[in-house]
Design a protein around this ligand. Structure first.
Ligand SMILES: Nc1ncnc2c1ncn2[C@@H]1O[C@H](COP(=O)(O)OP(=O)(O)O)[C@@H](O)[C@H]1O
Ligand SMILES: [Mg+2]
Length: 219
């Protein structure tokens, strides 16, 4: 169980706190959806959870252990919004081997299979893949780190309608092995997943634990 207790984050460059007394519980093996309009602090929240941004007050726990930023970075895999913009490898194989120099071809293929990229040519340039394939590759890169928690910032943004559903199906499959936390401004797309749903507003999270899927449909 991931739990955030009274997280307060007010960077000196911001007029007011971005996260203010924020609480969250995310259970193992579930998908937690956090919805909120643009500018509500969704990206900031996933950066805090994954240890990329500090916070001034509160605590983040994994089960009963309070974690520091370094421990959070090890625990979490963060798929940024538009992750395809940050590919560095000249080929799919190179992209997978960044930080995993000794990754064998078999391991690369098995990781790609986990995200539904079966039979993908490892020599292909990442930028030559389709939008949906690029998102899947970005998720595969994070899975290689064996994160306990997979965080996704707007995983369906900018994808064609037909492709969005494929990504959602993939996340639904991955939830069997990971705790997944998704921040999105289009929660209605996730209505068929059994999820916990929270609304982010004014730096607080309001849980919609009862009838969460219905709540998720309201934008
Ligand atoms: N380091 C920072 N300094 C000042 N303002 C920030 C900083 N990080 C985020 N913000 C502001 O906090 C708000 C929330 O940003 P963000 O987390 O990107 O929201 P969302 O992902 O929901 O669109 C925005 O108004 C943004 O400009
Ligand atoms: Mg954002």
């Amino acid at each position: 169980m991931l739990s955030l207790k009274n997280i307060y984050y007010h960077p000196s460059t911001a007029e007011k706190p971005i996260l203010n007394n924020l609480c969250l519980n995310s259970k193992v093996g579930t998908i937690t959806i956090i919805r909120g309009p643009s500018g509500s602090g969704k990206t900031t929240l996933v950066e805090v959870i994954s240890g990329l941004s500090g916070y001034q007050k509160g605590e983040i726990k994994w089960f009963d252990k309070t974690l520091n930023a370094r421990q959070l970075r090890l625990l979490c895999g963060l798929v940024f919004q538009f992750p395809e913009r940050y590919f560095l490898g000249l080929s799919v194989a190179q992209e997978l081997r960044l930080g995993h120099k000794k990754l064998t071809t078999e391991e690369q293929i098995s990781t790609l299979n986990k995200v539904g990229l079966n039979n993908l040519d490892l020599k292909k340039r990442p930028e030559s893949l389709s939008g949906g394939q690029q998102r899947r590759l970005a998720i595969a890169v994070q899975l290689l780190r064996n994160p306990k928690i997979l965080l996704l910032d707007e995983p369906t943004a900018g994808l064609d309608w037909s492709v969005k559903n494929g990504v959602i199906e993939l996340l639904s499959k991955l939830k069997e092995k990971q705790t997944i936390l998704i921040v999105t401004h289009e929660p209605e797309l996730f209505k068929n997943l059994i999820t916990d749903c929270y609304e982010l507003s004014e730096g607080h999270l309001t849980p919609n634990t009862n009838n969460s899927t219905k709540q998720c449909q309201i934008h």
